[in-house]
Design a protein. Structure first.
Length: 78
């Protein structure tokens, strides 16, 4: 369901020790996994703490991939 995430949406990543990290979506792209797509490298080279989520697109196929880039907006207090 990565295609439902839009810029500005927030999601949470929770570790098994209970820490929760909050991320805000910046952009999403659909790309061919069998081609060298420079847009994917741009997503991966963010200077800020970030995450890139990747899944099949359309769901259940290997035709394309969707990648969603999000930046860290809140870290857990320790």
């Amino acid at each position: 369901l990565l295609n439902k995430l839009k810029p500005g949406d927030k999601f949470y990543v929770q570790y098994s020790d209970g820490r929760v990290f909050v991320f805000s979506v910046k952009k999403a792209i659909v790309f061919n996994p069998f081609a060298n797509d420079a847009r994917l490298a741009e997503l991966e080279q963010n200077p800020n703490p970030s995450i890139v989520l990747v899944s099949c697109w359309p769901v259940g196929t290997n035709y394309r991939r969707i990648a969603v880039q999000a930046e860290l907006v809140q870290t857990p207090s320790i």
